[in-house]
Design a protein around this ligand. Structure first.
Ligand code: ZN
Length: 327
């Protein structure tokens, strides 16, 4: 049961309003274009001023889903433009926390749009604590759903009321995590937990030849029969000539180290750590990723000559690995 004092404090905060948070920049074409590129959005209304004018707008339109973008703090947290409030519109979470609800998770966000936003507009939002639920228990734990509503406005000329352009509802769950079941005591005389096995690759009709080749101790590379181009990882179609037909060639296994990483943490069974992984350029010209063996991490060198070898793991999977050889 939630503390009565907490419930009263939180109830009193519902409806509380917070001041303006301004946008650093006016709505502008470069930010719209970058957002569209990243999101894969190609509507010319957002990027082509002539198209936007033909559609009846004075300038390019911002994608509605960018609403939240304009008034964000930027890379430095809580760094808002001059004139913005320094209040915390989620301060209700700070009130709940000391009562034993340390965790928080975002639950959902809804956007509402009043009208299109155009390049050149300057936005700000104000916030309101919309609701705090009764104490609820979910699989995550027990706590409160807190909903804050941000209302976005476009500044207008002096003397006119600013125009509402949209709203964003943001809901989080502030909770005490559910107790995890305690690890069971291991009964005396019982066998140890079986050792972790290497994860098996996902094998498809496109990749089966490669893994079957490994089982046979052969490093097989896919080759387009249309233009003879080698490719790896395997794919159903040639990127160069778009032919679907292919066969394979057996690589010599001679290669050089094109690049590498050394995995340290987290240590995941059954791998040994530090765990060096190479991006390997085969003498045939294609690259593949594989484990490196027989070398200390300090000795790894870009351009190092390597030779493939095969090792069978867990009696179910054979993997190519690469070992340094003399120049
Ligand atoms: Zn081809």
């Amino acid at each position: 049961m939630a503390d009565q004092e907490l419930i009263e404090k939180v109830r009193a905060m519902v409806g509380r309003e917070y001041g303006r948070v301004y946008a650093w920049d006016k709505v502008n074409a470069p930010m719209i274009r970058h957002w569209c590129e990243v999101m894969g959005v190609s509507n010319p209304l957002y990027t082509d001023p002539a198209f936007a004018r033909d559609a009846g707008f004075a300038d390019v339109v911002a994608p509605p889903a960018m609403l939240q973008v304009w008034c964000m703090a930027g890379l430095d947290m809580e760094n808002y433009p001059p004139g913005s409030t320094d209040e915390n519109n989620f301060e209700v979470l700070k009130v709940i926390e000391p009562y034993g609800y340390p965790a928080v998770v975002a639950v959902n966000s809804d956007l509402y749009f009043d009208r299109h936003i155009l390049a050149g507009e300057r936005l700000y939002f104000t916030s309101k604590v919309d609701s705090v639920s009764d104490e609820k228990t979910t699989p995550l734990g027990t706590g409160f759903f807190v909903t804050v509503l941000m209302a976005y406005f476009s500044e207008t000329a002096e003397g006119k009321p600013d125009e509402p352009v949209g709203k964003q509802l943001f809901r989080v769950f502030k909770f005490k995590p559910a107790q995890r079941p305690k690890a069971e005591e291991k009964p005396a005389g019982k066998a140890e937990k079986p050792a972790a096995k290497r994860p098996l690759p996902g094998i498809s009709d496109d990749t089966r030849f490669f893994w079957e080749g490994c089982e046979a101790g052969k490093l097989l590379i896919q080759r387009c029969t249309g233009c003879q181009t080698l490719r790896h990882p395997p794919a159903p179609v040639c990127a160069k000539c778009h032919a679907f037909d292919w066969d394979t060639v057996e690589a010599s296994g001679k290669a050089e180290l094109y690049s590498f990483v050394v995995m340290h943490y987290p240590e995941v069974p059954p791998f040994d750590y530090p765990n060096p992984i190479g991006l390997i350029e085969l003498d045939e010209g294609v690259r593949l990723i594989a484990g490196l063996v027989g070398i200390e991490r300090d000795e790894l060198k870009i351009g190092q000559r390597l030779q493939v070898e095969f090792e069978r793991f867990d009696d179910q999977q054979t993997l190519p690995q690469f070992r340094p050889v003399a120049e």
